[in-house]
Design a protein around this ligand. Structure first.
Ligand code: ZN
Length: 132
């Protein structure tokens, strides 16, 4: 977990990043034709392939996230009262980032001390702005 987000949101983020990278690489490759002419076409071909691979991977990630979200557990977050999904035994709420767990053993102990300290903090500054 690189980000303080739910797993589904994180999958979507990485899919988006890969799409942007793939498109950027393809644009760079196309720009190579403009700058270098005939030799640039070789680079363009290589960059196109790399970009295509990145796009295919991102599609795979989106597909995987879709598959995972169908098997996710839907529940009402006890913290913010919205309906959210959790993947696996422990995940964060998609809206308020509160750590939710299905495992009764973790319910009072949290994942680790750092996360426990985070969730214990009273600040709610990372609440999403899309509440309207
Ligand atoms: Zn919540």
């Amino acid at each position: 977990m690189l980000l303080k987000s739910s797993k589904i949101n994180e999958f979507r983020l990485w899919g988006l990043v890969l799409i942007l990278v793939g498109m950027g690489v393809m644009i760079l490759g196309t720009a190579g034709i403009v700058f270098w002419g005939q030799t640039g076409k070789v680079f363009a071909g290589i960059f196109m392939v790399i970009g295509m691979i990145a796009l295919l991977i991102s599609v795979g990630i989106y597909f995987w996230a879709g598959m995972l979200s169908t098997s996710a557990v839907m529940l009402i977050c006890p913290e913010c009262g919205r309906q959210t999904k959790i993947l696996g035994r422990t995940d964060r709420c998609m809206y308020c980032k509160t750590i939710l767990t299905l495992d009764a053993q973790n319910a009072t102990h949290g994942l680790d001390e750092q996360i426990q300290a985070e969730s214990a903090a009273p600040a709610k500054q990372d609440a999403p702005s899309s509440q309207g």
